[in-house]
Design a binder for this molecule. Structure first.
Ligand SMILES: *Cc1c(COP(=O)(O)O)cnc(C)c1O
Length: 445
């Protein structure tokens, strides 16, 4: 019996009673190795003593201070740290409570940026198919995940759509990767021209696609091309780094590896690493400068923006990442992890692709490798895999609809940055076991 509205109203998940390091234990005494950090959240694992200590000391200083009355030292310090570590002149942070809130704030900031300049006819965002930007109405409208959107379609603002950069599925056989990338950029340019650049606010994309299609990195030069188009047509480039940011791919911001600076970046998940609900919008100088010299206010705000304990947690997470050189660890151990996955699954008849960056990796599951044919979506293979892995004591983050929101399955892996080689080997062994059980369960009898 439960009085909570769980994700699945017919099934209450096991109760977590203890979480430490790489492990989560449930009430029945089962332990699970956390190979997904929840949804790529717990980048320092569970119960990290430095983060807990920072939160406790902030609680004694001030648990809460409304931002219309006060700022706090801890929030200021987090802002400074985020600005210092961000590429280019991404020098300002707006602290919210999660990824969807960060996207909402980013959309409003981008719109206000143009309104302050007398360009109030700008009202359209461009985003990609097969994307996820959050579950609140604005973020949901922006995202291109048909399955998540369908019930709410009449409530959603219009967003223009272009193709995702999804090489495994969308590059034609024989087409070279530069040509594939050039075509995507042409499509984006055509879309901007078609809408009329004077009506477009910005283009938003995940630097590395997370849960929707499973750890899909951009092709070389894709984001350079996007940046050029945004500059040419005077529209804003917004990077959704809610999942891929804060070290997950081996650099603090995933976009650093693309050699460009977006105008606005949205952060969430790994920012607080699960210790507190926190997200952030990071904006470049010219964005904040225009608002400051215009109306002087950002027309936004929530009760819990800039929450001091959340800021303390996020700041402690940032300090641990730096002190313990965890970005390097993500790069090195992420590469080792990918090798292990390749050794275990590269020849597997139902593993079509092994991809990702740093500690954000995925396996795409297929019925048949040659033609990349997916499993019948009615089998809900992703859900079967999730349960089978839980039965093997392993948390992974599988998702269906990899290809078009309905067809395709993948398994997302996002272990904590503190995972050792032995932990990663254990993950691969349990995953092999879990996958075999899952394939056996969906095989026709
Ligand atoms: C999770 C996620 C969001 C939404 O974040 P919430 O904290 O769940 O609101 C937005 N964008 C991306 C890419 C995400 O992975």
């Amino acid at each position: 019996m439960t009085h909570l509205i769980h994700r699945d109203l017919r099934c209450t998940p096991p109760a977590a009673v203890c979480a430490f390091g790489m492990q989560v234990r449930d009430k029945d005494g089962n332990t699970y190795l956390d190979a997904s950090g929840g949804a790529a959240v717990s980048s320092l694992g569970h119960g990290h003593p430095d983060v807990l200590a920072a939160m406790q000391s902030q609680l004694k200083v001030a648990a809460y201070a409304h931002t219309s009355f006060f700022t706090t030292e801890v929030a200021e310090e987090l802002g400074e740290r985020l600005a210092q570590d961000a590429p280019g002149d991404l020098n300002y942070a707006y602290l919210v409570c999660g990824g969807s809130e960060a996207i909402e704030a980013a959309l409003k900031l981008a719109r206000q940026y143009f309104v302050e300049h007398g360009e109030s006819e700008r009202r359209v965002f461009i985003a990609r198919r097969q994307s996820y930007h959050g579950n609140t109405l604005g973020a949901l409208a922006l995202g291109g995940n048909e399955y998540r959107r369908r019930h709410f379609e009449p409530l959603l603002m219009d967003v223009a759509r272009v193709s995702p950069c999804f090489e495994y599925r969308e590059r034609r056989p024989g087409q070279d990767v530069h040509e594939y990338t050039a075509n995507l950029l042409q499509e984006l340019e055509a879309k901007i021209i078609d809408l009329g650049p004077q009506h477009v606010i910005g283009f938003c994309a995940e630097t590395v696609v997370g849960a929707t299609s499973g750890a899909v990195p951009p092709t070389p030069g894709y984001f350079k091309g996007v940046r050029n188009l945004c500059d040419r047509y005077g529209i804003l480039m917004i990077a959704d780094e809610v999942m891929c940011g804060m070290g997950r791919t081996g650099t603090l911001y995933a976009i650093e590896q693309e050699g460009v600076v977006p105008d606005i970046v949205a952060l969430g998940k790994g920012l607080g690493a699960g210790y507190q609900p926190i997200g952030a919008v990071i904006a470049r100088d010219h964005i904040v400068q225009r608002l400051r010299s215009g109306s002087g206010v950002f027309q936004h705000g929530h009760t819990y923006v800039g929450h001091p304990v959340a800021a303390a947690a996020a700041l402690a997470v940032q300090k641990v990442i730096r002190r313990d050189s965890l970005l390097g660890a993500v790069t090195v151990r992420g590469a080792a992890f990918k090798r292990m996955l390749r050794e275990a699954f590269a020849m597997h008849p139902h593993v079509g692709d092994i991809r990702g960056r740093g500690m954000l990796l995925a396996l795409e599951l297929v019925q048949e490798r040659e033609g990349k044919r997916p499993f019948d979506p009615d089998l809900h293979l992703h859900a079967v895999v999730k349960q089978a892995c839980m039965d093997c004591g392993l948390m992974v983050y599988p998702m269906g609809g990899t290809i078009d929101g309905r067809r395709g399955d993948h398994v997302l892996l996002a272990p904590p940055f503190i995972a050792t080689e032995a932990d990663l080997q254990q993950i691969v062994a349990r995953l092999a076991d879990g996958l075999e059980r899952a394939f056996a369960r969906v095989r026709p009898a």
